[in-house]
Design a protein around this ligand. Structure first.
Ligand code: CP3
Length: 382
């Protein structure tokens, strides 16, 4: 058990020439086990309190190290989400917390899909207990005109610096993952003014002034393609596109307001970065599965409302598949967690599978169950 957790990381001395397992799996190469990481693995479930250390302790991790790897302690010192996600040292430290403790095969940048907004002239904040807040929600053609195209080098240099450092630290023992928000999901935040239940404002715009929404979606598509390229140039080895709210759209409306922009982003990135794997996640995507590979992405990340074997069939053989384990499973018994992992791996088949949850890890998930998840996942042999 302890060995599976890996112990303390050594300073990287030589650049590891072997490709990370996750990239091999995406390319359809034969791998000995599925790579594994967790969405939202960097974040609030990581208490790293003393009692948690007792459950994941192992040779090489000292209690003091473990406690300093606490996201919650960092939050006390740096209560502003924007500070935590826009300061290079904090971004690197938080991104590496799960890497140091669980050794996942993917290390995702600690950031947010909304991070580019201030560089696009859309002021925002993420407030504890309230979530994302857009101070001046967009609703008119004049508002959309005010949106600036994103220049990552100027607006978010800390993202590039953090990715470059992460790449060196992780040293190809795992893949460094970047991410962006998809145009429709970003548009839903900036039009609704924050999180939403019924998405009435963006639907009002879509269904009464579609041209205005299309103009906004186009700005996001151009900007996010640039942002993906920037992340890849600075060190990201794969980039996940989150279209969390696309499934609020009916399939026909998805085809008008989301799919073309996703496809445009993928086409544009592939022109300059043909080998950069792109992963698409849309929660609640069961009704849209056949349409998702039409975007051209390399990997589709499934939620848990679809059976893995059926999902595979519906997605076709070209695309790799990720996710599908209900995040709630991590609240179950260890035996239950093990059996769900085995079930998912069996149904996904031996090639092109990345083991992951069907959505982000839930705050309050026992860390010892997260440790168990990684331990079982990493001991799998096909
Ligand atoms: O996966 C990771 O560990 C990387 C970090 C990451 C965050 N946000 C950090 C974060 C990622 C990949 C995201 C993506 C993101 N952000 C999405 C897409 C994924 C999904 O869940 O569908 C969305 C929709 C957002 C927008 C957003 N940011 C929401 C809805 C919230 C939660 C608000 C709340 O307080 O519950 C945030 C804030 C946020 N982003 C947190 C974290 C860890 C929590 C706030 C905190 O830690 O202080």
């Amino acid at each position: 058990f302890c060995c599976a957790l890996g112990g303390a990381i050594a300073e990287p001395k030589v650049i590891n020439a072997t490709e990370p397992l996750l990239l091999d799996a995406v390319q359809g190469k034969e791998v000995e086990r599925p790579p594994v990481w967790l969405m939202r693995q960097a974040g609030r479930y990581m208490k790293a309190a003393k009692e948690n250390w007792y459950s994941v302790r192992c040779k090489g991790i000292q209690l003091e190290d473990f406690v300093s790897h606490s996201y919650q302690i960092l939050c006390e010192k740096h209560p502003s989400f924007r500070e935590r996600s826009e300061n290079v040292d904090l971004v690197v430290e938080i991104s590496l917390q799960p890497w140091k403790v669980f050794r996942p095969d993917g290390v995702i940048l600690f950031s947010d899909i909304l991070t580019p907004l201030s560089g696009m002239n859309i002021p925002f904040d993420i407030v504890k207990g309230k979530g994302p807040i857009i101070f001046d929600p967009l609703g008119t053609a004049a508002d959309v005109d005010q949106v600036r195209e994103f220049v990552p080098e100027e607006s978010v240099p800390y993202v590039g610096e953090a990715l470059t450092i992460l790449r060196k630290e992780v040293n190809n023992e795992a893949a460094v993952l970047g991410f962006v928000g998809a145009p429709f999901t970003l548009a839903s935040y900036v039009v609704e003014g924050g999180s939403s239940k019924h998405f009435t404002k963006i639907k009002k715009l879509a269904f009464s002034q579609p041209k205005v929404l299309h103009a906004l979606l186009q700005k996001f598509a151009t900007s996010m393609a640039k942002y993906i390229r920037y992340q890849a140039d600075k060190g990201a080895q794969a980039v996940q596109i989150f279209d969390s709210w696309a499934t609020e759209l009916s399939p026909a409306d998805f085809e008008e307001f989301s799919l073309p922009y996703l496809k445009q982003i993928v086409d544009s990135v592939k022109q300059t970065h043909p080998n950069l794997p792109l992963i698409l996640y849309a929660s609640g995507s069961g009704g849209l599965l056949e349409r998702l590979p039409l975007t051209g992405v390399d990997v589709v990340s499934l939620d848990w409302t679809v059976d893995m074997a059926e999902g595979r069939r519906r997605l076709g053989t070209d695309v790799a598949v990720q996710g599908n384990v209900d995040p709630g499973v991590l609240f179950g018994s260890k035996e239950f967690i093990t059996s769900r992992i085995n079930d998912t791996v069996r149904k996904a088949g031996r090639r092109k599978h990345i083991l992951n949850l069907g959505h982000g890890i839930i705050v309050g998930t026992p860390e010892e169950n997260v440790a168990h998840f990684f331990e079982v996942a990493k001991s799998i042999r096909y």
